[in-house]
Design a protein. Structure first.
Length: 153
């Protein structure tokens, strides 16, 4: 790969920005207190919702399987849609008072939404890692460590 080609570096910057904007690894902590207050949840129920968010990541293998069989842009669209819908419905359940939001406020629905929201980051991360490893075939480990180090902060 020629060092004069800026596209691999632009893709790395885009991947880092995409993962920083998605931010689903840190989102639950940001809105969990509002969720607890508006839905009148106990601390145990809130902890279970945090577990649901993490448990969604256990199904990350599905995104890897999908990436092997469908185009990467479609994997990214699926992940973005999962995140948009699950976080969007959680937002609506907190901010609206309609009859629809009362259905969304039920604990089983909220548990499912948190699981899907947690899983959505796997779809995005799968695309990001594939793009980075394809664009930096000789430096895959270095790029992954740099990317993960950036995302910790």
């Amino acid at each position: 790969m020629s060092s004069s080609n800026p596209l691999p570096w632009l893709s790395l910057v885009a991947v880092i920005w995409l993962q920083a904007v998605i931010g689903t690894n840190t989102n639950f902590a940001a809105y969990s207190s509002q969720l607890k207050q508006y839905l009148s949840l106990s601390q145990l129920q809130l902890n279970s919702l945090a577990f649901a968010s993490d448990a969604g990541k256990l199904f990350g293998w599905v995104s890897g399987l999908a990436a092997a069989h469908i185009p990467l842009w479609l994997v990214l669209v699926i992940g973005s849609t999962l995140g948009f819908v699950s976080y969007g419905l959680q937002f609506l359940s907190i901010t609206t008072t309609s009859e629809t939001s009362s259905f969304l406020r039920s604990y089983p629905v909220m548990f499912l939404l948190n699981t899907v929201a947690g899983n959505s980051i796997c779809w995005v991360n799968t695309v990001c890692y594939i793009v980075v490893t394809r664009n930096f075939p000789l430096d895959q480990q270095v790029v992954k460590v740099a990317e993960l180090t950036f995302l910790r902060f």
